[in-house]
Design a protein around this ligand. Structure first.
Ligand code: ADP
Length: 572
């Protein structure tokens, strides 16, 4: 039976029972009311008349109106004869009352009283029998009403217990089904048995689940195909590639990466990179670089021994962000590590460094001998030169000096690049370095008519540095300051101490450097566009390497037109 019929039947039966209960109650109350009216009309009135007559009889001799009341009550009683024998007794009573004269004897009154008692007795016994009949009828009605009430209560209780369950059970089942679907369990199906109303809902639900399942299968197939395609692309790349999720779990890794990390495919994908890195030095280095705080630092290429040869890889760490569906804010989803094989460039670079080193070294001797010859040529003891010849000699000397400088710079550079930079530190006062630089640039200062001022505090710590290298740096800074200052300008060179650090600075009041070039001027071969002064663009790059090799820093403060202030900070 379907839910609607069950509901109709249940409520119908309950309605009929309540109707029966109501009808039975009305019927019983009416029966009782009729019975009590009968008693009142048939017997109670007779009893009342008899009592009236008895009272009038008692006052007959004293009260003249009593006879009238007696006769009146008698007439009423004659009209209210309802019981068997009541008529005979009433007519006997009538005869006796009619026979009463003015002088009434006690015997007459006694006889009338007896008749009156008999009438009263007849009515009283009728009242008793009628009220016992009413009682049994009332009991019957109570029994009926009780039975009907119990039936109603039972039915209502059954309804109360069963009805919510009947309605809610399918709804609960439906709710569970929807939850399963929401959790992507598309294999969930509903069955409501012979519940016709809900079986239609179940059919629609099952249909939907079936379609979703099919859709997921097809989407999954597509996704798997796409995933395989991407894996194939990643695998076809010659650079080792590692993909990490935001929790540092390994998402993918191509064959090249497996090879250089010396790992076997298998249970690596999906595992935490930090956990694998515990037993893998290279992966540990990569992870450390990925999560290093200052990722703007330039990273040195990694030297990796793979396939029986030494290779160099430059690591690229690309943080990955996506826009999740329905959201506008980007979400970090992991990192892509790409190792670019730079072995070839490294080899070319070291070949270049060797070449420059050899050439510079080989050039140093002939340049020195040129300078020596120039010295001899300028000596008046070997003969005097005319003015033109002296000028030519000066310009040859200048060019040869510049050539010697450049070869010196190139040699310094090759030292840094090949990692052969050896520091020979000594304890030295900062003023000694400053004085050395002033002396080395004295000729230049005179030529450009610059005034070098020295600022030096009374108390300053000594430094433990390779004096040649640092003196070279300060000289280079001072020489730059002279070259980039107009004639007759001031140049300040000085030192200051801040805690455990000594700053040596060179300040000029020349054309200054645009702040956008402040980073690049320390790059090799970089020269500020438009610089007319001749140079190689190597001086500041070498200075930076020299200072950093001492654990120090070199910095610039400058604005166009306001000169430059270069500061070398060295640990005490
Ligand atoms: P070089 O002086 O040999 O060109 P440097 O590395 O010493 O190479 O300097 C790089 C560039 O920085 C210079 O070419 C010049 O443009 C700029 N520069 C360096 N010092 C100063 C300075 N004191 N004032 C203005 N520009 C400077």
């Amino acid at each position: 039976m379907n839910l609607r019929n069950r509901l109709t039947l249940g409520i119908g039966v309950l309605f009929v029972l309540i109707l029966l209960l109501g009808l039975q109650s009305v019927r019983s109350v009416r029966q009782l009311s009729v019975a009590s009216k009968d008693i009142l009309a048939d017997n109670y009135n007779s009893v009342h008349y008899v009592e009236e007559m008895l009272r009038s009889l008692d006052r007959l001799s004293q009260d003249s109106t009593s006879r009238g009341v007696l006769i009146n009550s008698l007439e009423l009683q004659q009209q209210n004869i309802t019981e068997v024998n009541e008529k005979e007794v009433t007519s006997a009573l009538t005869q006796k009352i009619d026979a009463l004269t003015d002088s009434v004897s006690i015997a007459q009154i006694q006889a009338i009283r007896e008749d009156l008692y008999r009438v009263m007795e007849l009515n009283m016994s009728s009242i008793r029998s009628k009220s016992s009949g009413m009682e049994s009828r009332a009991e019957g009605a109570v029994q009926w009403l009780t039975i009907l009430s119990i039936l109603c209560i039972l039915l209502a209780a059954v309804f109360l217990i069963r009805f919510p369950a009947v309605i809610l059970r399918p709804i609960d089942k439906l709710k569970q089904g929807i939850t399963q679907i929401a959790n992507h369990n598309y294999d969930e199906r509903l069955d409501f048995g012979d519940n016709k109303e809900f079986s239609a809902v179940a059919a629609s639900f099952n249909d939907m689940a079936c379609k979703l399942s099919e859709y997921r299968r097809s989407s999954l197939d597509r996704l798997i195909t796409e995933k395989k395609r991407i894996e194939a692309i990643v695998n076809s790349l010659h650079e080792p590639i590692i993909g990490l999720d935001s929790e540092r779990n390994i998402l993918f890794m191509n064959d090249e990466a497996f090879s250089i990390l010396n790992l076997k495919r298998g249970n690596i994908i999906g595992r935490n990179a930090a956990e694998i890195a515990l037993n893998n030095d290279l992966l540990r280095r990569l992870i450390r670089e990925v999560y290093a705080e200052h990722d703007d630092l330039e990273h040195e290429p990694l030297k990796i021994y793979a396939d029986n040869k030494e290779s160099y890889f430059q690591m690229d760490n690309i943080p990955l962000y996506i826009n999740p569906v329905g959201e506008t804010q980007q979400q970090f989803v992991g990192n892509l590590i790409i190792l670019n094989n730079v072995t070839k460039y490294k080899e070319l670079d070291s070949a270049k460094t060797n070449y420059i080193a050899t050439v510079s070294h080989e050039m140093k001797t002939p340049i020195s001998s040129i300078l020596m010859s120039l010295q001899l040529l300028g000596d008046s003891r070997l003969g005097s030169l005319n003015e033109e010849q002296t000028q030519l000699l000066g310009s040859i000397r200048e060019s040869s000096n510049r050539l010697l400088n450049i070869t010196g710079e190139l040699l310094n550079l090759t030292q840094v690049e090949s990692g052969k930079l050896k520091l020979m530190p000594k304890i030295i006062k900062p003023i000694e370095l400053i004085e050395y630089a002033i002396k080395a640039t004295q000729v230049l200062t005179e030529r450009f008519h610059c005034f070098v001022e020295v600022e030096y505090p009374e108390k300053i710590s000594k430094l433990f540095v390779d004096n040649e290298k640092i003196a070279w740096v300060i000289t280079n800074l001072l020489s730059n300051a002279i070259h980039h200052s107009p004639e007759n300008s001031r140049i300040i060179i000085g030192a200051a101490q801040h805690d455990k650090q000594v700053d040596i600075y060179v300040q000029d009041f020349g054309r200054g450097i645009d702040p956008r070039y402040h980073k690049s001027i320390f790059d090799r071969y970089f020269r500020v566009p438009g610089t007319k002064v001749q140079g190689s663009g190597l001086g500041l790059a070498i200075s930076k390497d020299f200072v950093e090799a001492h654990g120090g820093t070199i910095s610039i403060v400058s604005e166009i037109g306001k000169g430059c202030r270069f500061t070398v900070s060295l640990p005490v």
